[in-house]
Design a binder for this molecule. Structure first.
Ligand SMILES: [Zn+2]
Length: 412
């Protein structure tokens, strides 16, 4: 048993936190009294460790080996094909592990990775990411989403591979209905994904409407299917860019369906800001879904890293602090309430989408924690310093120190 004394909680209160084994045992003023091992935190900020609810570990860090392309989603998907053919499980594993380790250092201990499942790479990407997950089990919890990146109808054979991926242990059923050529195949893609999810009793996490084209409307298909099958609270929709281009009354109706179906939305502005709106001149669309409207309606909204130095996005380092900052810019989040929402979007919101019942700063929760040398969440977000310490299941797994010296002239 050990304790952190006098930490500042996100709500501003100062308290002690007592950890017993993998869990938080007590939290409150003065509860560290009598605990043998106590660390004085002098009102540094304690947050639950971040959760990255949407990342692609299999394709991370391959950018330097790709040919340049037009910067669009289609360009990126195509540019990866040749490299994906050459993937080996060891190569995917090593790159995935590098991002996992970087994420842990920066305060994230749970990541849900989409992993391409298609006839180009077969099950190699999944094998690699699952190996990285197993090798990283002492520092982080990784879950995998079987993701038919090349479509199901567009890529004959992908459905069988999806079945094999789920049999091999992929945790969640992915999807990408808008990638199919017409509405009928999009609907069929959605149906096939739900069928797999029901058959294997898995949750769903699909790439939905990652396009500027307001006429692409597979989010409604996903919501309808979830409602029809009673698959409520078990579906996450990622990206959802085109909803921003749809008429307001249509968007309102679909958002209401999402709310009733308990759909979580993973907005990924970090990547979509650079990926979408490429054909626009003048007023350039920025790939943002309707974060404000989803939030106002009460839909669970999270922000994900999505891509790390791959064919889609040249940046990213597994920092959810950075993801929250970029997302705050993209979604016009500036008030105190807004910034609290941004914190929720990288902590409790993805935890809710995962249906975790042991997450957060409360007695009984798993002790996945991070201590930041900032007086508040807003200052942590502004200053972007890495956490001083990160714990996974009650064990210290990372420590960072940042040194900065300023040299004034002697006369000052
Ligand atoms: Zn994605």
């Amino acid at each position: 048993m050990w304790a952190l004394q006098a930490v500042r909680l996100p709500d501003g209160y100062v308290a002690d936190v007592v950890v017993d084994g993998e869990r938080i045992a007590r939290i409150g003023p003065g509860v560290a009294a009598g605990v043998p091992q106590v660390e004085d935190c002098s009102e540094k900020l304690l947050l639950p460790a971040f959760v990255d609810g949407h990342v692609h570990l299999d394709k991370a860090l391959i950018r330097d080996e790709l040919n340049e392309h037009d910067g669009t989603l289609a360009g990126a998907i195509g540019a990866i094909h040749e490299r994906k053919r050459r993937y080996t499980a060891a190569d995917v594993r090593d790159r995935a592990r590098e991002v996992i380790e970087s994420s842990v250092r920066l305060g994230t201990t749970r990541l849900r990775s989409h992993v391409d499942v298609d006839t180009i790479g077969g099950l190699v990407p999944l094998e690699g990411v699952m190996a990285a997950a197993a090798e990283s089990a002492d520092i982080a919890e990784i879950r995998t989403v079987a993701f038919p990146q090349e479509g199901l109808l567009r890529d004959p054979g992908a459905y069988d591979l999806m079945e094999a991926a789920l049999e091999a242990g992929a945790n969640v059923v992915g999807g990408m209905p808008h990638w199919e050529p017409d509405e009928e195949s999009q609907r069929e893609h959605v149906r096939l994904c739900f069928e797999l999810a029901e058959r294997f009793d898995r949750d769903l996490d699909m790439h939905v409407d990652e396009t500027d084209d307001g006429g692409v409307r597979t989010l409604e298909m996903v919501a309808d299917e979830a409602l029809r099958r009673g698959f409520v609270g078990r579906v996450c929709a990622g990206h959802v860019c085109s909803l921003a281009a749809a008429p307001d009354d249509y968007a309102e109706r679909v958002i209401d369906k999402c709310l009733r179906a308990g759909i979580s939305v993973a907005a990924n502005p970090v990547t979509n800001l650079v990926l979408q709106g490429r054909g626009d001149r003048g007023l350039v669309r920025r790939g943002m879904t309707r974060v404000g409207e989803f939030r106002a309606a009460g839909v669970n909204v999270m922000f994900g890293q999505d891509c790390v130095k791959d064919g889609f996005y040249p940046f990213g380092r597994g920092s959810m602090l950075e993801v929250a900052l970029i997302s705050a810019h993209a979604a016009h989040l500036t008030t105190h309430d807004d910034l609290e929402f941004a914190l929720r979007a990288v902590t409790e919101a993805p935890a809710q989408a995962w249906r975790l019942d042991d997450y957060g700063l409360e007695a009984g929760a798993r002790a996945d924690l991070q201590l930041l040398a900032a007086p508040s969440w807003e200052e942590a977000l502004r200053l972007q310093a890495p956490p001083e310490k990160v714990w996974f299941k009650g064990r210290l797994v990372a420590q960072n120190s940042v040194r900065s010296d300023l040299y004034r002239a002697p006369s000052n």
